[in-house]
Design a protein around this ligand. Structure first.
Ligand SMILES: O=C(O)CCC(=O)C(=O)O
Length: 292
């Protein structure tokens, strides 16, 4: 699935990541994997879940939802084994550790994004705002492009260096904002930061971008006539992340065991740990689809 020769992180890569808040790795996935993952999109959005388990979040339904809104789903790894093989991948977790210096990595959640021609923007945001009920409140995302991306088709865009800004709550209008950069601009003004550059990710299908959980990013509308824009975000936590006593987490907090701050590996599996361990059921689940 992953091209091992492209999964190597150099000292220079770490410096680029620390300065800009993201790192592009072109052609990390084999093309066969890209095509398998693309094939999963129509199935899962039509509600065909091969494991029989629903994803945790499912925002777009055929015949019910507005056609011009980005199709979005979270934790489809629980529903589809092709998606699980990507999201639970050990090499991606090792890259995350190399970039962040974390001792080990847990899965926070996955997100599927499907922008058909004519769909609206996704508001610029900071990913850690979705997991700020954890302590430490830190995340790293591996964003996987499943199509060749371009600005007209609403590729992901970043404000380089904005990972050094403080964390703020999720923008109120997320899927269909009037002005998808408004919250970010407001934040920049408040901080006295000047936006000198927007980076538009124009990369081949199968490429990935690792981005810091604090960086401002989102995607413009897909104004192309024919181009699909599908992607998967793998949102990772440090292995030692715990449920905090702060509020929040109205969806994922339900996986907290009473009186226990440790995230259960059934829901937040350890994908790679410096101590050499990895959640035991992952490899079998990716082949057979159950976690007994
Ligand atoms: O793919 C997109 O349009 C949005 C992706 C995103 O915000 C993420 O994965 O963190």
């Amino acid at each position: 699935m992953i091209r091992a020769e492209n999964a190597v992180i150099t000292e220079n890569d770490k410096i680029k990541f620390e300065e800009a808040g993201f790192l592009v790795i072109e052609n990390l996935l084999e093309l066969e994997a890209v095509s398998e993952l693309r094939g999963a999109f129509p199935r899962v959005f039509a509600g065909q879940f091969e494991t029989g388990v629903y994803p945790d979040e499912w925002y777009w339904r055929e015949g019910m939802s507005l056609p011009d809104v980005t199709r979005h789903m979270a934790n489809a790894w629980k529903s589809d084994l092709g998606i699980a093989r990507l999201v639970l991948n050990e090499r991606i977790a090792r890259i995350a550790c190399a970039l962040t210096g974390w001792n080990g990595v847990r899965l926070g959640q996955d997100t599927l994004w499907w922008k058909t021609p004519g769909t609206k923007a996704v508001a610029l945001h900071q990913d850690t705002s979705f997991m700020d009920f954890m302590i430490p409140a830190q995340t790293l995302t591996c964003w996987v492009a499943l199509d060749d991306t371009s600005r007209d088709a609403g590729t992901l865009e970043y404000i380089p260096g904005s990972h050094k800004w403080p964390l703020v709550p999720i923008p109120e209008e997320f899927h269909k904002p009037e002005d998808y950069r408004a919250t970010m601009r407001h934040m920049a003004e408040t901080l006295g930061e000047e936006i000198t550059e927007i980076y538009y990710a124009e990369i081949p299908a199968g490429s990935c971008i690792f981005h810091a959980g604090e960086i401002w990013h989102g995607s413009g509308p897909n104004v192309s006539r024919k181009k699909m824009r599908r992607s998967i975000g793998i949102h990772l936590l440090p292995e030692e992340a715990r449920f905090s006593e702060r509020g929040g987490g109205y969806i994922y907090r339900r996986y907290q065991k009473t009186g226990d701050p440790v995230p259960d590996e059934s829901f937040f599996p350890v994908l790679w740990s410096g101590s050499g361990s990895r959640t035991g059921w992952i490899d079998r689940y990716c082949k057979e689809g159950h976690r007994l």
